[in-house]
Write a protein that binds this ligand. Structure first.
Ligand code: NAI
Length: 474
């Protein structure tokens, strides 16, 4: 007979949305069960955000040590990569983090059930456990859908786990391919493609639209693209990979439609497909109980409620942008709401960071988006090359760009391409949340010598008087 038990809240999915929601619910003294079908941490901790960043940092270290001779006078001989060791190190990080989440669950009274959950009523979930059993859980207060998203596959490039792979396999390669072809010049394609480029792969990027990283400030993208090409990558934009054949030597011949009636065949060893993620709202039994599911998304309102009372949705499955930190914040909001507190998704911006070389990070509107809204904008810029600290760390590519309302000087957006952009953007996100003006950023004393000075100088450039560059807009 199937086991049956009761709790206050069932959270389905243990990724950055679901696990954060569960922990906060635990802190708020709710009896919560989190059901996860694989491992806590979801895509982000297990094969997404964190593992990819480990490989990005390791491959940067390799490149820096290898290339420091002509500039910094450090000549290292026999520098080589043991990619299996690198993978073991990365796997150790994943283990520590997922173990950490399990520890936080225990400490906050959250019960973890590993199994496949299906909603069978507005307060009932059925779980097929890993051990093969079935249990029914009654949630007296709420069910939270936090099932995330899955890699999109292209029918003509079915994953084989070895030569035609997605990001999951892409962060687990134990050999460096001689040649790698990436389909999709978006976030994953460029982040992972550049890892293997630094480790020695010949890289080709095939992007369907006319630009890499569609939607990102084009000036920022140009800096990354220049470096990609400088390091030997072939970048095909407005191009579509149509299919492939296996050559006798085991390599793959990929047919690419270059547009305008032109075609090419590119030979590669590994194809990494990175054409986006699709939300996991289907197959959970939601439609059967009346929850609206639209193209896999489970739409939720400003407090995370779906159209059915007591059923909430957070993270990738509830809508774009599909970012871990957005999921986590939504998880916290929903936990507060379920516990009877006042909370809402009331943020000005969801910052984003892209770990290319150099990094890109942004918060708020791009210059183009502000103009589309009919706002007369004032733009301030400052190059990393004018920062002493950037020279001292030998990373001078890129710039800071601030976009403000010309009438009021209120900040609308901050865009950074350059070293540590991902760490520098938080100041911009805070500035937007505080409705700061160019003067607020520009008049704040930033410690010297730091990369953060660029933010202050870009704001001052917007006002026409940055100190360390000539202000052509003054
Ligand atoms: P993406 O949406 O960033 O990029 C997919 C790219 O593939 C787009 O540029 C698209 O135009 C292109 N494309 C689509 N179909 C194609 C085709 N048939 N041939 C060639 N190009 C094609 O998706 P991606 O990179 O897979 O990332 C998935 C999600 O993960 C994104 O929502 C992203 O926000 C998130 N993510 C975020 C990271 C971060 O914040 N640093 C890191 C990695 C992923």
């Amino acid at each position: 007979m199937a086991a049956k038990r009761t709790c206050d809240v069932v959270v389905i999915g243990g990724g950055p949305g679901g696990y954060v929601c569960s922990i906060r619910l635990g802190q708020l003294k709710q009896k919560v069960i989190c059901v996860e079908k694989e491992e806590v941490g979801g895509v982000c901790l297990n094969w997404g955000c964190v593992p990819s960043k480990a490989l990005i940092s390791a491959s940067h270290t390799y490149e820096k040590v290898k290339d420091a001779g002509p500039t910094m006078g450090i000549f290292a001989e026999g520098v080589k990569v043991d990619v299996a060791k690198m993978q073991d190190w990365k796997n150790g990080i994943v283990k520590k983090l997922t173990g950490g989440v399990r520890g936080l669950f225990r400490g906050n009274g959250v019960e973890l059930v590993i199994g496949d959950a299906r909603v069978t009523g507005p307060r009932t979930v059925e779980v097929k456990t890993k051990e093969g059993g079935t249990e029914t859980i009654e949630a007296t207060k709420a069910i939270v859908i936090a099932t995330g998203s899955s890699t999109i596959e292209i029918p003509t490039f079915k994953f084989d786990g070895k030569q035609v792979i997605g990001a999951k396999e892409g962060v687990s390669l134990r050999e460096i391919p001689k040649r790698m072809l990436v389909i999709g010049g978006g976030v994953i394609g460029l982040e992972l493609g550049m890892v293997y480029q630094r480790l020695g792969s010949e890289l080709t990027v095939v992007e369907a639209t006319p630009t890499l990283l569609p939607g990102v400030d084009p000036e920022c993208v140009a800096v990354v693209e220049k470096k990609l090409v400088k390091h030997g990558a072939k970048v095909l934009k407005g191009a579509k990979a149509m299919g492939y054949e296996k050559n006798q030597d085991g390599s793959l011949a990929v047919k690419v439609d270059l547009g305008g009636g032109k075609h090419d065949t590119l030979v590669t060893d590994v194809v990494l497909v990175a054409v986006g993620m699709r939300p996991n709202g289907g197959g959970l039994g939601l439609e059967e109980i009346g929850v609206k599911v639209e193209r896999g998304f489970v739409p939720a309102d400003h407090v995370g409620r779906t159209n059915v009372d007591g059923v909430y949705a957070i993270g990738d499955v509830s809508g774009v942008p599909m970012l871990a930190h957005k999921a986590s914040k939504e998880g916290e909001v929903v936990a507060e709401v379920i516990a009877g507190h006042k909370a809402a998704k009331d943020w000005v911006s969801i910052p984003a960071a892209i770990f290319t070389d150099p990094e890109i990070a942004m918060a708020g509107l791009t210059e183009a988006q502000a103009k589309e809204k009919g706002i007369d904008v004032r733009v301030g810029k400052f190059p990393f090359a004018a920062l002493g600290r950037a020279m001292a760390v030998n990373e001078t590519d890129g710039f800071f760009k601030v976009v403000a309302d010309k009438k009021t000087n209120e900040l609308l957006g901050i865009h950074i391409v350059g070293p540590e952009a991902s760490n520098l953007i938080s100041e911009g996100a805070l500035a937007l949340e505080m409705h700061a003006f160019l003067e607020d950023l520009g008049l704040t004393i930033h410690p010297h010598p730091t990369l953060g000075e660029g933010m202050m100088e870009a704001a001052m450039n917007g006002l026409g008087h940055a100190i360390h560059i000539l202000n052509r807009n003054a």
